[in-house]
Design a binder for this molecule. Structure first.
Ligand SMILES: O=C(O)[C@H](O)[C@@H](O)[C@H](O)[C@H](O)COP(=O)(O)O
Length: 239
């Protein structure tokens, strides 16, 4: 917060300075926690997670029966506070980046299996894959989600929970990612998509044109769950 003081006006008291310092520290702590949480959420699906309401039908039905939430620029800024969830640090499972991609994927999958065994993470009765309560996903301008890129063989992976890529078209080349069976077993999926660079893909997802070639984002389809898209005006500008 920037406060300019008029000339001649009384200066801040020691008490108000202490209050300001306290508020600043609190804001910094919240921002740091948010960065850690978002970093983790993004990491875990580069990897993903967050909320919704709708039945997952065809994408056009989402639009009409559920409605997209179009966010203004200031509301977008408010997304930070929507996403503010006090996750205990012990519940955060980071990628082991001391390992190469293949080892890191195995390591993460093993960790997830232990969480399932300990009943921390549910299993979908329909798919047998882990069922996350919430999956927060971004989408690239090429239609990629998590680290599942258009035309890549990983789109067909249907056994692994976590897998890896060493030649990602988007840097960094080495990544690990949840697979579609895991993503699609989630109870809720939220897409957060902003900017004009996403407008063509948003139109492709929600438009009427049929294409035999599905983009990764079009392969996101929860079997027993629900999906909500949060898009800003720019991303929705071609609808
Ligand atoms: O893989 C990555 O490197 C990105 O993190 C990516 O997966 C991201 O989620 C989308 O590209 C959308 O990103 P924005 O929402 O920031 O545009």
């Amino acid at each position: 917060m920037n406060v300019e003081r008029e000339e001649g006006a009384p200066g801040p008291t020691q008490e108000s300075r202490a209050d300001e310092a306290y508020e600043r520290k609190e804001e910094e702590a919240k921002a740091e926690l948010l960065r850690v949480q978002l970093g983790e959420l993004r990491a875990s699906s580069k990897r993903g997670s967050r909320r919704n309401k709708a039945q997952s039908k065809s994408s056009n039905e989402w639009l009409t029966s559920v409605g997209m939430e179009i966010l203004s620029a200031s509301e977008q800024l408010g997304l930070d506070s929507i996403l503010y969830v006090p996750i205990p640090p012990g519940n955060v499972y980071a990628i082991n980046d001391a390992l190469l991609a293949e080892g890191a994927a195995d390591d993460y999958e093993t960790c997830l299996k232990q969480l399932v065994k300990a009943n921390v993470v549910d299993v979908s009765a329909t798919s047998g894959f882990p069922k996350f309560d919430l999956m927060l996903l971004g989408m690239g301008p090429d239609g990629h989600v998590a680290s599942l890129f258009p035309g890549h063989a990983l789109l067909k992976e249907n056994e692994r929970w976590v897998t890896f890529i060493t030649e990602s078209p988007k840097p960094p080349p080495e990544r690990i990612t949840f697979t579609f069976p895991v993503i699609n077993s989630s109870a809720y999926i939220a897409f957060v998509v902003a900017g004009s660079g996403k407008a063509d893909v948003v139109r492709r997802v929600f438009g009427k044109e049929e294409s035999s070639d599905k983009l990764p984002v079009q392969m996101v389809s929860t079997k027993d769950g629900a999906t909500t898209w949060f898009v800003d005006k720019e991303a929705a500008s071609k609808l």
